[in-house]
Design a protein around this ligand. Structure first.
Ligand code: MN
Length: 232
């Protein structure tokens, strides 16, 4: 095949303890999936149906315990961190039954759903799509994937984020309104999931702004921490 323009790169994530790479397909993000975060965003945390938005594959950037740097994105004055449990999909499927959902999981990682909050809230309040707030290059630093084959499916785990060593976010994945299995089952009714898909499961309370030079340190028990600096 001869292509008319250069072919877009394949974005990948490292897999802990493996020399294989995980090729990123689509990135789905669950909105408002912790009650205390829904409240801080001014929404009723009542358990309504989950909702999703997407990021492009070029949002994904490999993070790890070794600090990496991401740019401060253009057109925002309110660049927010959202620490999240990330799920990678190994086996595709549609209309996946709840009790089968975890068999579609390839692994888990620590990730950040970086958000241009001012653009997101402006779009939200105008009833417009969230793309400019959420879907931009290098907006999803994600750590190495720990495969379900090795670590199983974490039921409870502390999830936390510090900025410059100061506490910002802390919760437990048991507080997810929609569990990993429920999110997969629900999403697969709307779209056939494919290997390489990534699901960011939502952030707990405590989101806030970072500025140039800030260093974010994300943690989830049992997974590799990520350290991400915002470029000056
Ligand atoms: Mn999020």
């Amino acid at each position: 095949m001869k292509y008319a323009v250069p072919v877009a790169p394949i974005y990948t994530l490292a897999i802990a303890g493996s020399d294989e790479a995980f090729p990123v397909n689509r990135v789905y993000c669950v909105g408002r999936n912790y009650a205390a975060h829904a409240r801080e965003m001014g929404k009723d945390p009542e358990r309504e149906a989950p909702f999703f938005f997407m990021k492009p594959a070029c949002a994904v950037v490999q993070a790890s315990e070794t600090p990496i740097e991401i740019p401060y994105p253009p057109m925002t004055a309110n660049f927010h961190h959202e620490i999240e449990l990330v799920v990678t999909i190994g086996k595709g499927g549609k209309d996946i039954p709840l009790e089968q959902a975890l068999t579609h999981v390839h692994g888990y990682a620590v990730g950040l759903d970086m958000t241009r909050r001012d653009l997101q809230l402006d779009a939200r309040d105008k009833g417009r799509p969230w793309e400019f707030g959420k879907s931009f290059t290098q907006s999803a630093p994600i750590g190495p994937i720990h495969t379900a084959a090795k670590i199983g499916h974490p039921a409870s785990a502390t999830i936390s984020l510090t900025v410059n060593g100061q506490h910002r976010q802390s919760s437990d994945i048991t507080k997810l309104i929609w569990s990993v299995a429920e999110s997969i089952a629900y999403l697969s009714r709307y779209e056939t999931l494919e290997p390489g898909d990534v699901i960011m499961t939502g952030t707990p309370e405590g989101v806030g702004a970072v500025v140039a030079g800030d260093v974010m340190h994300g943690h989830i028990d049992g997974l590799t921490d990520i350290i991400v600096r915002v470029a000056k």
